[in-house]
Design a protein around this ligand. Structure first.
Ligand SMILES: N=CN[C@@H](CCC(=O)O)C(=O)O
Ligand SMILES: [Zn+2]
Length: 432
């Protein structure tokens, strides 16, 4: 094939496609049967999309007349799709390292929250911070995520609670969407906590009457691009009725439902999400059997967050039962001041060890299924013709090392590529 192309990744030891038939998600059987090619190459076109994948000799022959802006010799290395982080809270100010010490000394998440710390602490600092300060710290966090292989990330507001600060956070997310290479799915999470001076019903009324109409206006005129609506559905935060009202109103202005449910207490959030047509529900440590069945039949993704259960010493979400019963299982880092981890390789490792997922299941959950949770699996989450050319190259001859080497991704990930452009190259230690 003649012509100019952006990138040739030549002769990888393993090329992990994840899927090959345009699947929008993988269930348990598909996850266990992940598509991997040996001695394979990928071509990315000048539009940033995948033009061809296949065995290295076939691609060489097919593109013998072609020219490439860049060629990377991937001999002895593995290529994987860019990782997808389906749940983060990355825009905030204020340091909560002291709360980690409190938790280690025995305080629970809700003890700290009810004493005015936790989300309240971050809200206070985020309300005071300038848009520029928030953008600069957010940018730094996104770049660190890119270096760990995350090329598509869900980013929530939710440390503003009042309209002014929620919009400030959403503008910061929008600025990053326009200026940086990370692909972003933006989530309005104004119902992350009940603001001081209001009860949950008053906060719900305010969101429905004031926040959502403004969001609709700004989305329509293109000032911001918000994709999802989120609520922290939890005992002592927003109950099932308030959650239902907010999510329905969000859906009414065209947002995908993607919310926090059944984390610390069984709330029947899963049943509610399935009923409302939610795209995804996160956490689910306390999901009921009925909730699992409802999510499976509604094709509502379960975004499991191994860092939270680990940090807060919660019971682990029932990943195995969900997989067995046909739920679409995805993963997220839950990066936030409570769970300070933005590394999806570490998240996958925790999912394998603590939630008993296999490495193939964990990778599918952190690629195609996480992309599905964000409604983006037609563009992201696998290496297939026509999809965006977002990939990582690791310096190992077996892809599983990305999960197996706990914390080793810093050295293993050699390249991160977005739309066929090298965004990060690990140059190693100076002089070696
Ligand atoms: N559970 C609610 N929200 C976050 C925690 C946010 C915070 O503590 O700042 C979570 O997903 O874990
Ligand atoms: Zn969260």
């Amino acid at each position: 094939m003649a012509g100019e192309h952006r990138l040739l990744l030549d002769n990888a030891q393993q090329l992990v496609l994840v899927c090959t038939k345009g699947e929008k998600y993988l269930l348990q059987a598909g996850m266990q049967d992940l598509a991997v090619l040996d001695n394979a190459s990928v071509v990315i076109g000048t539009d940033g999309c995948v033009k061809a994948v296949g065995h290295a000799d076939v691609i060489r022959q097919q593109f013998s007349e072609a020219s490439f802006e860049k060629i990377i010799d991937c001999s002895g290395k593995c290529i994987l799709p860019g990782l997808v982080d389906a749940h983060t809270h990355p825009v905030w100010a204020g340091d909560r390292v002291h709360e980690f010490a409190m938790k280690l000394a025995g305080a629970s998440y809700m003890d700290i929250h009810q004493a005015g710390g936790g989300i309240h602490f971050t809200v206070e600092h985020t309300q005071k911070a300038s848009e520029e300060e928030l953008f600069n710290t957010f940018k730094h966090r996104l770049l660190r995520m890119l270096r760990t292989g995350t090329t598509l990330v869900e980013c929530k507001s939710g440390y503003g609670l009042n309209l002014e600060t929620e919009l400030k956070m959403l503008r910061v997310i929008e600025q990053a969407r326009r200026l940086l290479d990370s692909n972003i799915s933006s989530t309005y999470c104004g119902a992350h906590s009940v603001p001081k001076g209001k009860n949950a019903t008053e906060a719900t009324d305010d969101i429905i009457s004031n926040h959502l109409p403004k969001l609709k206006e700004l989305n329509l005129n293109g000032e911001i691009h918000v994709n999802n609506i989120d609520v922290f559905c939890e005992k002592g935060v927003f109950d099932l009725n308030c959650t239902r009202r907010i999510l329905q109103a969000g859906k009414g202005i065209g947002l995908q439902i993607n919310f926090h449910g059944d984390e610390l207490h069984p709330m029947k959030s899963a049943e509610l999400g399935a009923e409302l047509g939610a795209q995804a529900i996160s956490h689910l440590e306390e999901i009921s059997d009925e909730g699992i069945a409802a999510m499976a039949s509604a094709k509502c993704a379960a975004v499991l967050l191994p860092t939270t259960a680990y940090m807060l010493r919660l019971k682990q979400p029932q990943a195995r039962k969900m997989l067995k019963e046909g739920v679409i299982v995805a993963l997220g880092s839950d990066f936030n001041p409570n769970a300070y981890c933005y590394s999806m390789p570490m998240v996958m490792h925790l999912a394998c060890v603590n939630m008993k997922m296999s490495m193939k299941e964990a990778l599918a959950a952190a690629t195609i299924n996480a992309a599905y949770a964000l409604g983006r699996s037609h563009i992201h989450g696998s290496i297939e013709n026509g999809k965006q050319g977002d990939l990582i190259i690791i310096n190992s001859s077996r892809w599983e090392h990305l999960i197996y080497q706990f914390g080793g991704h810093q050295e293993l990930i050699e390249y991160v590529i977005v739309k066929g452009k090298v965004i990060y190259k690990n140059e190693g230690i100076m002089g070696y």
